[in-house]
Design a protein around this ligand. Structure first.
Ligand code: 5GP
Ligand code: MN
Ligand code: MN
Length: 480
């Protein structure tokens, strides 16, 4: 049957059906209500299509925040054999290295509430946002090349933060083997003016308070204390990554015939990972990863400056350290055990967060014996979570968990059902102050447009994929 079959608490499977071209089963991690939601759109069908891509290993994974996307579901993981498997731009998504980072502070809620409007207004005016927003820097061709190779370290070398920040980014904020020569002029033209900008819609900067601690030891190691203020920044590689994705979707579509690849959906366009086209996409995609790390680093610097201005304290007084930075649209080669064998896999995480358990080499030394911090945003009116990667993630989801609550209502439906005043009033009633560039931005991002983040996190926690460390609730939000 093509219907998901419950195989355990919070676990569903669709067995591989060779008549449908499926090479592996689909595995879905969800509670009953999240499962029902996934069945109401194309999420599950898309995950089945992904299971038919040559070289896919283990199972096609849908995480509890899963919803339909371009070809591949958002909230999905597809792991391909690095030698025989494919690499696919649609398996990473348009916003390459969209991700989130969390800054802590030692400010308390009272201190911040008394200056909340001033703080949010200062952040809003110092951080460029909006659809075509331009960043604060003008880059020449060779400067952009440097960004694309050096990632977060480009920003740090130019005065935006310190090397402590790089230490707690996935890949230390600079992935090796990016090659700007594989990036089109069009991507450069779109990207160069946008470095250092938030973007629009779903991208945000949020001032939060730590509402609950669920894992004392892990929270302590991350410097997270109940009642203190954190800042969550969500953005990616702007028009740059978008253009890289478009460019290589076209390259992949055109090369498929040559490699004799047949797929149930054109949007799954892919090429062999070790082909010339695969190499080129990887090097361009890695350039976009580095662009995004540099971008988030610049926003981090301006955030710290805003806090210093408004609270008239120094950065070290405020202790605004970066806790962690995760990429949730990415593909890279990792070592995984599959049926007892060590294998090299191209792990595509699209709307999925790496959630490695303790002792993986990839985890920053500061957290290696603990496990990887994971950041799961919810919505501007509900909670967001800090989780900790756990061993079961390696068996269940190629070391990955959810990247958010996941959208449940289309933007157009949100616009039909809510007004700007509705949304602002309900946020205000919860003590949340928002500054947004556009009315549509507010309405489309209404908390009701997203699934219940607590349910999503419970699935991850109960399965031992990534477990709860702390719950964060918003008090101030800026939206592009
Ligand atoms: P995506 O990367 O898929 O656009 O978004 C990731 C997740 O961010 C969404 O699934 C949603 O749960 C969450 N999210 C969207 N807007 C906000 C916001 O303003 N604040 C917080 N904390 N989370 C948000
Ligand atoms: Mn994102
Ligand atoms: Mn994004």
């Amino acid at each position: 049957s093509t219907n998901p079959r419950k195989i355990g608490e919070n676990q569903y499977q669709i067995d591989a059906d060779s008549n449908l071209g499926m090479k592996v089963p689909v595995r879905i991690y969800a509670d009953e209500s999240l499962m029902q939601k996934m069945l109401s759109d194309r999420t599950i069908m898309q995950a089945r299509n992904v299971a038919s891509i040559p070289g896919i290993v283990g199972h096609s994974v849908v995480l509890p925040d899963g919803h339909e996307g371009y070809g591949f579901p958002v909230g999905g993981v597809a792991a391909m054999d690095a030698e025989e498997g494919m690499i696919s731009p649609g398996g990473v998504g348009y916003d390459i290295n969209c991700g989130v980072r969390l800054l802590r502070s030692n400010l308390t809620e009272d201190m911040v509430r008394s200056k909340l409007k001033e703080l949010v207004t200062d952040l809003f005016s110092s951080i460029p946002s909006g659809v075509g927003s331009k960043g604060a820097v003008k880059l020449t061709h060779s400067e952009l090349d440097e960004v694309l190779v050096k990632g977060v370290n480009w920003a740090i070398d130019h005065g935006y933060g310190s090397s402590d920040d790089a230490d707690v980014c996935e890949e230390n904020g600079q992935i090796q083997n990016a090659d700007p020569n594989k990036v089109s002029d069009k991507a450069r033209k779109r990207g160069a003016p946008q470095l250092g900008s938030l973007g629009s819609g779903n991208h945000f900067l949020e001032v939060q308070k730590v509402a609950e601690i669920h894992d004392e030891e892990a929270a302590k190691r991350m410097g997270i204390e109940e009642g203190t203020i954190t800042t969550l920044i969500h953005c990616g590689s702007r028009g740059f990554g978008h253009q890289v994705c478009s460019d290589y979707l076209r390259v992949s579509e055109q090369a498929m015939e040559k490699y004799d690849i047949n797929l149930p959906d054109r949007e799954l366009a892919c090429v062999p990972n070790n082909s010339e086209e695969g190499e080129s996409y990887r090097k361009a995609m890695f350039s976009a990863l580095n662009f995004a790390w540099s971008n988030r680093q610049m926003l981090t610097h301006w955030t710290r400056n805003s806090f210093q201005r408004v609270f008239n304290q120094s950065e070290s007084d405020l202790d605004m350290k970066l806790v962690y930075d995760v990429a949730h649209n990415i593909a890279k080669v990792e070592k995984h055990k599959v049926d007892g064998q060590d294998r090299k896999l191209v792990v595509h995480r699209k709307g999925a967060t790496r959630a490695f358990p303790a002792n993986r080499d990839e985890i920053p030394s500061r957290y290696r014996d603990l496990g990887q911090p994971v950041l799961v945003p919810g919505s501007m009116g509900t909670a967001s979570w800090i989780l900790l990667g756990q061993p079961n993630s390696m068996d269940l989801s190629f070391g990955s968990t959810a990247h958010g609550a996941g959208r449940t209502m289309s933007r157009s439906k949100a616009r039909r059902n809510f007004t700007e005043n509705d949304v602002k009033k309900s946020l205000n009633d919860k003590g949340i102050f928002i500054k947004a560039l556009t009315r549509d931005g507010v309405v489309e991002e209404t908390p009701q447009a997203y699934k219940d983040v607590d349910s999503v996190v419970n699935v991850s926690h109960n399965l031992g994929i990534a477990t709860k460390v702390a719950k964060l609730v918003p008090i101030g939000v800026i939206k592009g």
